[in-house]
Design a protein around this ligand. Structure first.
Ligand code: GDP
Ligand code: IMO
Ligand code: MG
Length: 427
């Protein structure tokens, strides 16, 4: 039975939550492998509408085991609140498990995320200020505290004391902020530890055992390839490997176990926060898309920057991740437009480019080269078969496939599960 991964191909918010909730029906396990509550995955299903930040979007099926892998960073307050809300709304969480190796977001991470952003001034990244970057910095800097550490109270206290001593020196001496109290954090996190204990497991072993039983595992990507720490628009990126490589280290899975990798493409482009976005629009079309699609961040409420589909970006994503297919979301959002542009290449200093330059300053200077297609100007949100799509919409989809060099398996025409056209089944 296969392991299948679903990865964001653009700058996040491609509609991964909808796709995971749709595909999860046919799997046994869904695992998150990277990021934290910077993610906001919207799921609309018979239970209602949910913004999932840490709990995998497969939680709505009784038969699905959900794993938050070691590569995820966890703000315990957010996770416990999310679990609580799910339970209140009738969603069972008894098959949710959290890696005991996952790093914890501590109060100083959240504080430092804000202070570092302020210090960057005009060069701010536009982070979600959830403490993600500082937490991963501590993980790599070997200053992190992990979920499992909370269960060993004596050693946790000693560890927290030494880390906090260092963090307080940074807070007070570099940022002239108030120091944090060891006792307060210790008590609070010990309580979190008690509440999290029933969920904590060696989740890599659970994944391994699921595969030994011949079960199907779905890997739920967070953020998007252009936010990847290595291949994204550095430094305007998140602090993790958002691409397929992150899935292996983030759940403890050998790359040879992953059978198929699918990208999620939004039918146009959006981005939250700073950094280059060659196809960004500043005209009425941007406003039209933003309002029609309600393009405001699921996590922070910030308006998302909107622009035309950038096939340079998706072709790059398809190659670096090895997509065998894609899910195209939000095609219905383009319903009202008389014509639609696709970016097919860039021009930089008179030279034509077919892949994004690695340097963000150069990417910011790239002029997008467009191809213009006719719009379909009809409501497609009720259509369920490829043949029923207006010819202009089919041409648009076909052109995206050609330019991206990646077949489209699923076309999403609305936020709900049933608003889906299956071109070629994934499962
Ligand atoms: P994610 O972070 O990749 O899961 O994406 P978000 O949830 O942040 O943003 C995607 C938004 O698009 C959510 O509001 C979804 O409910 C919505 N959505 C997903 N697919 C479709 C679609 O095909 N059509 C429309 N109109 N909305 C969609
Ligand atoms: P999902 O999983 C869109 C962006 C932030 C910022 C940059 C760094 O919902 O697609 P961070 O807080 O991670 O240090 O911020 O990354 N960002 C996202 N943008 N969707 C996301 O997640 C994002 N997660 C982080 O806006 O530009
Ligand atoms: Mg999102």
């Amino acid at each position: 039975m296969p392991v299948i991964a679903v990865i964001g191909a653009q700058w996040g918010d491609e509609g991964k939550g909808k796709i995971i909730d749709l595909l999860a029906e046919k799997v046994n396990m869904v695992a998150r492998f990277s990021g934290g509550n910077n993610a906001g995955h919207t799921v609309v299903n018979p239970y209602g509408e949910f913004a999932m930040h840490l709990v995998p979007s497969g939680i709505f099926y009784r038969h699905v085991t959900c794993v938050v892998g070691n590569g995820v960073v966890i703000d315990p307050a957010v996770l416990l609140e999310e679990i609580d809300q799910l339970k209140k709304r009738g969603v069972e969480v008894d098959k949710l498990f959290i890696s005991d190796r996952a790093h914890l977001i501590m109060p100083y991470h959240i504080l430092l995320d804000g202070l570092e952003e302020e210090a960057r001034g005009g060069g701010a990244i536009g982070t979600t200020r959830k403490g993600i970057g500082p937490c991963y910095m501590d993980k790599v800097g070997r200053l992190g505290i992990r979920t499992g550490d909370l269960l060993q109270r004596d050693t946790f206290r000693d560890r927290l004391r030494s880390v906090l001593d260092y963090k307080n020196r940074i807070l007070t001496r570099v940022y002239e902020a108030q120091p944090l109290s060891l006792e307060e954090i210790y008590d609070k996190y010990c309580r979190y530890g008690e509440q999290l204990a029933p969920f904590l497991r060696e989740t890599d072993l659970m994944v391994e055992q699921a595969l030994e039983r011949g079960e199907m595992v779905l890997l739920e990507g967070a953020q998007g390839t252009m936010l990847d720490i290595d291949f994204g628009t550095y430094p305007y990126v998140t602090s993790t490997a958002t691409m397929i490589g992150g899935a292996c280290s983030g759940v403890g899975l050998s790359p040879v176990r992953i059978d198929r990798i699918y990208g999620v493409f939004k039918a146009y482009a959006t981005r939250v926060g700073s950094g280059p976005m060659p196809t960004e629009l500043f005209d009425d079309t941007a406003g039209l898309i933003r309002e029609r699609a309600h393009e405001y961040g699921t996590t922070t409420g910030r308006p998302r920057r909107c622009g035309w589909f950038d096939a340079v970006v998706t072709r790059f994503s398809a190659r670096v991740n090895g997509f065998c297919g894609a899910c195209l979301t939000r095609l219905d959002i383009l319903d009202t437009l008389p014509s639609i542009k696709i970016c097919t290449g860039y021009r930089l200093n008179g030279e034509a480019l077919t892949r994004p330059p690695s340097n963000s300053a150069l990417l910011a200077k790239c002029e997008p080269l467009y191809e213009e297609l006719d719009g379909w100007q009809t409501d497609i949100s009720r259509l369920r078969h490829l043949e029923d799509l207006p010819p202009q919409a089919r041409s648009y989809v076909r052109r995206l496939e050609e330019l991206t060099d990646c077949p489209i398996n699923i076309i999403s025409v609305g936020p709900r599960r049933e608003q889906t056209i299956v071109v070629k089944a994934i499962l």
